[in-house]
Design a protein around this ligand. Structure first.
Ligand code: ATR
Length: 272
């Protein structure tokens, strides 16, 4: 069978093996996808030994995406923009890296949820690696403007500057100074999964606003509960993004696009 893996630390919570096995089963392909916990200081060695032993492709998750980026001989444009790599493969002895996170989010927003991005005012909460990964793909769908709000305002401003010249106005600000209202609000504050959300003004949400959390869980996340209470028209968590970024990686490795809808249903049903 063809060998794949996901590198992370920790990695045992990862749903990627279930997702990729479900994709492969759609065409009866023989794929073995496993979790590999690389030591924090041993990521390059873990990657090298995986490909030496015949691995066909690997995903990369926290905390190795930036290190994977630095390790690659060839990078896609979107990996370059993200400054991070979540999908690896080897060809002619060269390590190739791509980043499918932003494309995965866009597929979930546009196709699964049917949310429009063109001409919408977009608010991004957080300015970490996750946000940097999605900005390029987001801007390619031409929102009218993007505001990045972060606890540390300087990080939001630095990130906004990276995307100056995209044709879309992108600004950075602090969470405290945040005002205005937005058509689409995307949360990338990593504390969101575990309960605490910063206090946000309810009028960021206006009639018709929609809200997306890049994390997901069995219960609605604190951010999505806040958005619902503030009157959002629709909310969604990051389960669709997870499955869509995997589908995009699967396509890079194997050349065909799996059907994501049944796999999202499976994950939702089997949520731990
Ligand atoms: P990720 O890969 O998930 O983006 P990260 O790069 O560590 O992880 O970024 C975490 C993001 O969550 C940052 O925007 C961080 O804000 P700072 O840049 O000010 O550190 C944000 N964050 C984490 N905990 C937070 C909290 N309790 N309140 C507000 N923002 C928080």
């Amino acid at each position: 069978s063809d060998l794949y893996c996901v590198f992370g630390n920790p990695v045992n919570h990862s749903r990627s093996p279930d997702i990729h096995h479900a994709f492969a089963a759609q065409r009866g392909e023989d794929v073995h996808y496993e979790k590999r916990e690389a030591p924090l200081s041993g990521f390059p060695e873990a990657v090298a030994s995986f490909f030496t032993s015949g691995g066909r492709g690997a995903n990369v998750t926290v905390p190795f995406k930036e290190e994977a980026y630095a390790l690659c001989n060839d990078l896609s444009e979107r990996a370059r923009q993200a400054g991070a790599v979540n999908t690896l493969w080897q060809r002619d002895g060269r390590l190739h890296g791509d980043n499918t996170d932003g494309a995965g989010l866009m597929a979930d927003l546009r196709h699964n949820l049917g949310w429009k991005i063109e001409n919408r005012r977009v608010l991004l909460l957080g300015a970490g690696g996750a946000m940097r990964g999605i900005l390029g793909p987001l801007l390619s769908y031409k929102p009218s403007q993007v505001l990045i709000a972060n606890r540390t305002a300087s990080k939001a401003q630095t990130l906004a500057e990276l995307f100056h010249g995209s044709g879309v106005p992108v600004y950075g600000t602090s969470l405290d100074g945040l005002r205005g209202s937005f058509d689409l609000i995307i949360n990338g504050i990593s504390a969101g999964l575990h309960g605490e959300m910063p206090d946000l003004p309810a009028d960021l949400v206006k009639p018709g606003s929609v809200a997306y959390d890049m994390v997901y869980g069995k219960e609605p996340t604190p951010f999505l509960r806040w958005a619902e209470a503030a009157g959002a028209l629709a909310t969604a968590d990051g389960l669709g993004m997870l499955v869509e970024q995997a589908a995009e990686a699967f396509f890079l490795w194997r050349g065909w696009r799996p059907d994501t809808v049944p796999v999202m249903k499976m994950l939702r049903r089997d949520a731990p």
